[in-house]
Ligand binder design. Structure first.
Ligand code: ATP
Ligand code: MG
Length: 609
């Protein structure tokens, strides 16, 4: 992508804040103009002092002459007052300058962050199967920051540098073109060195950033795996793994630090040489009487103004480059099309909740490819997880799904709510292909309580209702899920914080919270994916006894490894390796003496606690 493209993109980003940016950059013009004219007053003051000693007349700077000022009619106090007033004006303008560029840049940064968050929420689960969370985190933090730095300080410092160099050069030329040319001799060198170093700095910085994304991901994984490693006393495993990455990261950071350490001293040295040239040649001109002592002083002042912007310019260039790269990554992310979206003429699901699955065959997309995939991994082609699955679920009816691990039971549930997309013409809700239904209405109608649930760092009440009901209604759902008594015993009841920064729940409690959460969503089709596997037999019985109440006015799909959990269902299907191998009622399946009957016998014979 070209510079022009990036330029247009930045212009488009800035558009909503253009008035503010105009005010900010306008203030910058005033500041810089005041800053470069102020030394002229100083020159007059110096000349006046010198004139008092030698009875010479002071030089009138050309710019003063243009506006009709005559240095000879100034007093030293006038000249110094002029200097101070300009200085004051410049500093007063710094406030509107910062407020009108830096503040809007934060707003623009926030806009980018919100757009990313919206996109993260939109993307489908299949995307996250392939993405690295470290990359996503780095996008939302580092890249947003770098974009913001480009839009705020980058633009400001860059504009400042260009403006100062132009203004200073202009004023210097009016003072003495000869001396100006001499002073400018080292400038091309400075520009080249700045450019080189800022490029090197940029490349190395990018390297570090990229690495940081990987490192963040490793760190996250380490935290997640900590319990396991401690339990197995295998901390060394992670130490070695993380240590390697961390050492590489250190090396990259040192490479960056080295170029940064070179940058400023080199520039400083080169400016020292420019100043030396002014002193040598300017001093000679003063001695020869070609320029006044005031002009000489003003020259020194103005040349010293140049070093800041030159360094600033290098910084601005690297901010811009970083920002461009980051913005491009962000734009790439924003351009990712969510795989699962509303069809153009999506309609809302309104029926009573009759589900019908027709010859459903499904395979997950292949594993992630790219530099991060271990090279030893077999090149797996997408494996079919469900084969020709068909069943009907009438409104208000219940379906049991039983089968060994990895049979595809959870996969089936994900397809019903379009968490992954089933092929067209395979899943129908109330006679309508679910791919034609609006996602929102479908996911309100069909709710899956998943096998592993996630606890948000929030209260029990809000974890149950996900803010869809007032907090004081949460108990309605936990009661049905047989969790109420245990919540009541928590330190702050329904106000107890859960999740990462709060209380952790037992496996069985989490499962029941998942059920309560699904009930709170009040779906027309309730799918419980193995939600009773971690509860004791008595709790299981109590929940199953509540089932009629839970399924009141809705259809239900119960998934389990255990016969007891599905035996009351109107129909039961046995899923094995993605195929329906048996189907019927409990009694029919027992009579069929297949997998179901065998499992029932095993579980009755002591397998079932
Ligand atoms: N996101 C995914 N990407 C790729 N393959 C997957 C994904 N999720 C599951 N699978 C694979 O699909 C197959 C079926 O998995 P699924 O989770 O549906 O089984 P299950 O019947 O629910 O098993 P369990 O009883 O253990 O919960 C498994 O072989 C699994 O490895
Ligand atoms: Mg499962």
């Amino acid at each position: 992508m070209t510079l022009a493209h990036d330029f247009r993109r930045v212009a488009e980003l800035l558009r909503p804040e253009r008035t503010r940016y105009a005010i900010g950059l306008g203030s910058l013009v005033v500041i810089n103009a005041a800053d470069v004219i102020a030394p002229l007053f100083l020159a007059v003051a110096v000349d006046l002092v010198a004139a008092a000693l030698t009875s010479a007349t002071p030089d009138t700077p050309i710019l003063f002459g243009l506006v009709g000022l005559d240095a000879a009619r100034f007093s030293v106090v006038d000249a110094l007052a002029g200097y101070l007033v300009l200085h004051l004006a410049a500093n007063v303008c710094r406030y509107p300058m910062l407020m009108n560029v830096v503040v809007p840049s934060h707003r623009l940064g926030q806009g980018i962050r919100n757009a990313l968050t919206g996109q993260f929420l939109r993307l489908s689960q299949s995307y996250y199967d392939r993405a690295r969370s470290g990359d996503l985190m780095s996008l939302a933090t580092n890249d947003v920051h770098a974009s913001r730095m480009m839009l705020g300080p980058g633009i400001l410092v860059g504009a400042d540098a260009v403006m100062i160099v132009t203004f200073v050069t202009g004023v210097l030329l009016t003072l003495s073109w000869k001396l100006t040319l001499i002073t400018m001799v080292p400038l091309p060198m400075i520009a080249i060195v700045t450019n080189r170093l800022s490029h090197a700095e940029y490349d190395r910085f990018e390297d570090v950033q990229e690495d940081l994304a990987g490192l963040t991901e490793r760190a996250r994984e380490s935290f997640a795996g900590l319990r396991i490693l401690q339990a197995y006393a295998r901390e060394d495993f992670d130490r070695a793994r993380f240590g390697r990455f961390s050492a590489e990261h250190l090396a990259k950071n040192l490479r960056l630090a080295r170029v940064r350490a070179l940058f400023i001293p080199t520039l400083d040295l080169m400016f020292g040489s420019a100043t030396a040239l002014v002193v040598i040649f300017g001093g000679a001109q003063v001695v020869r009487g070609e320029i006044g002592i005031g002009t000489f002083v003003a020259f020194l002042f103005l040349v010293s103004y140049l070093s800041g912007p030159m360094i600033g310019f290098g910084w601005a260039v690297s901010l811009m480059q970083r920002g461009r790269a980051s913005l491009r990554r962000i734009d790439e992310m924003l351009a990712v099309r969510a795989e699962i979206v509303d069809a153009p003429n999506a309609i809302d699901a309104v029926g009573p909740g009759a589900l019908s699955v027709r010859d459903l065959t499904f395979a997950y997309a292949g594993p992630p490819t790219g530099d991060d995939a271990p090279t030893t991994a077999p090149t797996a082609t997408p494996r079919t997880v469900l084969h020709d699955v068909s069943f009907d679920l009438a409104p208000g009816a219940s379906l049991g799904v039983i089968g060994p691990v990895g049979a595809g039971k959870s996969t089936l549930t994900r397809l019903l709510a379009r968490l992954y997309d089933p092929p067209e013409g395979t899943v129908f809700l109330d006679g309508v292909d679910i791919r034609v239904l609006s996602l929102d209405s479908l996911r309100r109608a069909v709710v899956v309580a998943p096998q592993d649930t996630f606890l948000f760092s929030d209260t029990v009440a809000r974890n149950v209702t996900l803010a869809a009901h007032p907090d004081d209604q949460a108990h309605l759902f936990t009661r049905q899920a047989c969790l109420h008594a245990e919540v009541d015993e928590l330190p702050q009841g329904y106000g107890t914080m859960l999740g990462e920064r709060g209380v952790n729940l037992s496996g069985g409690q989490r499962q029941r919270l998942a059920i309560a959460r699904a009930l709170a969503a009040d779906p027309r089709v309730l799918v419980l994916d193995d939600c009773l596997s971690a509860v004791d037999a008595r709790t299981e019985e109590r929940i199953l006894a509540n089932l009629r109440e839970m399924l009141h006015g809705r259809s239900g799909i119960l998934i389990s490894h255990r016969v007891i959990a599905v035996q009351q269902c109107d129909e039961i299907i046995v899923l094995d390796k993605g195929r329906i191998v048996e189907r019927g009622t409990h009694d029919e399946l027992l009579a069929a003496s297949g997998y179901y009957a065998r499992t029932a016998a095993e579980q009755a014979g002591g397998g079932a606690s």
